[in-house]
Design a protein around this ligand. Structure first.
Ligand code: CUA
Length: 336
């Protein structure tokens, strides 16, 4: 009995240590960052809730272990013996109802006080940048007020409040860059907004947080926060150059399923495929996808809602890339 108890406790302690060092490698058990006031509010909430839960957990589990030991069956107690039959204790029952109720009320009140900070309420009245976020299977398309487009990387100027307008172009996705703010669903047919103020320059990694299909795990995003002077403007402008936009579009919209060189991955090999150089055919395919029993492969409508420059940029990039634009000497694998 005692030996089993010691073994169980040692296993618990060892796994706590193993988990602890695993977490430490990722920068602790807390949320990453925070690098925005929204992120700070989320961290505050996280630590207060975790702290309160930890105190309750330790108290309850300690009492549980003590009671198991203190009130165990003794060697000289007959097996048929029954414990004392206790019917109610009003004072105890009131205490163990009131304390949890008070704790939950305190947590709820604290949570409500943090919501305005998490949602960066008030910035919509200030001068702010509005960026449309279109989530596709399986990449992120960012549309800026000046008509610029970027794929998977969102460029932002530091210290300028931003409001993201998120929508889904096919299924439900969820935008989540934990160092900056909470996550928000991108739902077809509606616009959800997410506001925050990036206060630190640098790259912040995020991902799609809603299971959205076979390549959901390969739907990362990066928020690149740049200096306010003209670093932001010039970087965004350089991303609009035809080949840069074409390459980003190829890598985000096409390569995720067809491989970086079009060699095929979960989607068929498309390197050198005639459709890649047929503007009308490619446009139709990208806008509508492929979802009929005539073809072996389902393809999402990855190019739905693209501005015309983006298709041109993609075609220019394909043309500039010999592997993609040259028909392979022997045809292998399925078409598409
Ligand atoms: Cu998009 Cu998961």
């Amino acid at each position: 009995m005692l030996r089993k108890l010691v073994a169980a406790v040692s296993i618990a302690v060892l796994s706590a240590f193993a988990a602890g060092s695993a977490f430490a490698a990722r920068g602790g058990i807390g949320p990453p960052g925070p690098d925005t006031p929204s992120g700070e509010a989320i961290s505050r909430l996280y630590w207060v809730v975790l702290g309160l839960c930890a105190v309750v957990f330790v108290l309850v589990e300690t009492a549980l272990i003590l009671f198991i030991i203190r009130f165990r069956r003794r060697r000289d107690t007959p097996e048929s013996a029954e414990g004392p039959q206790i019917h109610g204790n009003t004072r105890l029952e009131i205490i163990w109802t009131a304390i949890p109720a008070l704790l939950l009320a305190a947590l709820a009140i604290f949570t409500f006080t943090q919501i305005p900070a998490v949602q960066a309420q008030g910035i919509e009245d200030e001068q702010h940048l509005t960026i449309r976020v279109e989530a596709h299977q399986f990449y992120w398309e960012y549309r800026y007020p000046g008509g610029e487009v970027t794929v998977n990387t969102l460029y932002l100027p530091v210290d300028e409040p931003v409001e993201l307008e998120l929508t889904g172009m096919d299924v439900i996705h969820s935008w989540w860059v934990p160092a900056l703010t909470g996550k928000m669903d991108a739902i077809p047919g509606r616009i959800n907004s997410l506001r925050f103020v990036p206060e630190t320059t640098g790259d912040f990694e995020g991902k799609c947080a809603e299971l959205c299909g076979i390549q959901h795990a390969f739907m990362p995003t990066t928020v690149s926060v740049l200096g306010q002077d003209d670093e932001y403007e010039s970087t965004l402008a350089s991303q609009q150059e035809t080949l840069a936009l074409g390459k980003a579009t190829w890598e985000g919209a096409c390569a995720t399923c067809h491989g970086l060189s079009g060699e095929g991955d979960i989607g068929p090999s498309i390197a050198g495929n005639g459709t890649l150089s047929n503007e009308d055919g490619l446009k139709t395919l990208l806008e509508n996808g492929q979802n009929t029993s005539q073809f072996d492969y389902y393809m999402p409508p990855v190019g739905r809602g693209w501005p015309p420059e983006q298709l041109d940029a993609l075609m220019a990039y394909i043309k500039s890339n010999e592997t993609l634009s040259t028909a392979p000497p022997t045809t292998t694998g399925g078409g598409g």
